[in-house]
Design a protein around this ligand. Structure first.
Ligand SMILES: [Mg+2]
Length: 465
């Protein structure tokens, strides 16, 4: 047994007595929150110790989302709640309550990437209520600040201390209304997304439509791919790949790091000469490795995902690499926001973009990025952060937008979890596809018992009656 975190009594005081906050912990509660009564429910908890490989052509990329007859939103339909949807959603939406949960979920196996060997998912769940409606959203930051400078403890802190108090009690009729309230916070995209994503699900439920309809997407199912991390042997990897192909996954992503790189790809391509693969380097290389990436060209990969470090020169470096190799470069870690992707397009840094809804600050930004990329002929796909079924279901809804043309990183719950926090669990609805929501918002909510067992910290915010 391992104690993860002690209760933070001084911060509980912080939120129940504003004047005390300013003296005791220096929190600079932004103006405008005096009309709120914020009840902070912190608790430390004891948790258990946890221990068709054709030449890739972005312009000809197949749209894998299966069209469906149920919802007929036009491709240019902005959906509900967004900046451009003011006419539809200008209905009072006072946020009556927000609950923020930091939850630690054990993985079914050790997930090995170039960053670390990961045993748990550390995620943030938000329950948001307006009138009789409530909704759950999820933003899953990296559990340590390696994929980006953000991580779960920092995300929870930022939402609790700086964002949720400015949201609760407010009339937020569009996603932009919410984003404007927290615009003073720089960076911290996962924290921003935690609240904004919950808002979208709530908005969809208020209007009685599935989330993908609220977002402007359409389709009864989306295509999903298979991912494999670093394995103990090539034989194990080949067996897993064969299983994924047999299960009908349309493409496979292979984690790629020094020591598990060119020889691995050569072996995979030799064994599976006609299947669609791409590699994800998780920013493990520099321009000094350009010959390694030139050597990858012969293996006809769909793309090389985030080959280079996400440093201050990242977009320039990726542009230089893209000039020197034929395989499309895809940015992931370096696409922090709509502005970053706009810069990447201007510089020629990539030919594909992986959009992770939390990394870019939420669903409105995700929607805007895929539309911007479409204008420039750059295909996108939905990436994942090992979310629970709640976040996974939201990713499914996002993937219905028209420029998500490469199968998503959305996984059946049973792949990463012995027990998924979200119910119902994510399952394949067909060969390599997951069904979209048939109910208002999404169908998934956390299992109450698992939420109680795995919650590390919980903060509650209530609007003044
Ligand atoms: Mg990636």
């Amino acid at each position: 047994m391992m104690r993860l975190m002690a209760p933070q009594r001084e911060h509980a005081v912080c939120h129940t007595a504003k004047r005390v906050v300013m003296r005791t912990c220096g929190c600079s509660r932004p103006e405008g929150d005096e009309n709120l009564t914020i009840a902070q429910g912190l608790r430390g908890r004891f948790l258990f110790s946890l221990t068709a490989p054709r030449r890739f052509d972005p312009a000809g990329m197949r749209h894998y989302t299966r069209p469906g007859p149920r919802h007929n939103a036009r491709n240019d339909d902005p959906g509900l709640g967004g900046v451009r949807a003011a006419g539809y959603s200008r209905h009072l939406m006072v946020i009556d309550a927000i609950d923020v949960y930091w939850v630690r979920i054990p993985l079914a196996f050790v997930w090995k990437t170039s960053y670390a060997d990961q045993h748990v998912t550390d995620t943030i769940l938000v329950r948001m209520q307006s009138g009789p409606h409530h909704a759950w959203g999820e933003s899953c930051p990296p559990y340590i600040p390696s994929y980006s400078s953000e991580h779960t403890l920092g995300t929870f802190h930022t939402v609790r201390e700086h964002m949720a108090p400015r949201i609760v009690g407010r009339d937020l009729r569009t996603a932009q209304d919410l984003l404007d309230r927290i615009d003073f916070v720089r960076g911290n995209q996962f924290a921003r997304a935690a609240l904004e994503i919950a808002w979208w699900v709530l908005e969809a439920k208020r209007h009685g439509v599935p989330l993908h309809v609220a977002l402007g997407g359409k389709g009864d199912a989306v295509a999903v791919g298979a991912d494999f991390g670093i394995q103990d042997s090539l034989d194990i990897l080949m067996s897993q790949i064969q299983g994924a192909i047999d299960a009908g996954f349309p493409r496979i992503k292979l984690k790629f790091r020094p020591g598990w790189d060119l020889d691995m790809v050569a072996a995979v391509r030799s064994t599976f000469p006609d299947f669609t693969f791409h590699v994800d380097c998780n920013a493990a290389y520099t321009l000094a490795d350009v010959e390694l990436f030139r050597a990858l060209d012969r293996y006809r990969l769909a793309m090389i995902e985030q080959p280079l470090a996400d440093d201050g020169m990242s977009l320039v470096s990726h542009a230089e690499l893209q000039k020197r190799i034929a395989t499309p470069v895809c940015i992931d870690e370096s696409g922090h926001s709509l502005a970053h992707v706009r810069a990447a397009i201007a510089l020629g840094s990539c030919k594909v973009v992986n959009i992770k809804m939390a990394r870019v600050g939420g669903l409105a930004a995700s929607r805007a990025i895929q539309a911007l990329c479409a204008e420039h002929g750059i295909p996108c796909w939905v990436g994942g952060m090992l979310e629970s079924a709640i976040g996974g279901a939201i990713c499914v809804e996002l993937a219905t937008l028209p420029n998500f043309t490469y199968p998503a990183d959305i996984f059946p719950s049973s792949y990463f979890y012995a027990h998924d926090l979200g119910k119902p669990e994510i399952v394949l609805s067909g060969r390599g596809e997951v069904a979209t929501s048939r109910v208002p918002g999404i169908a998934q909510e956390p299992d109450p018992d698992l939420l109680a067992r795995w919650t590390v910290e919980h903060a509650s915010f209530r609007a003044k009656a």
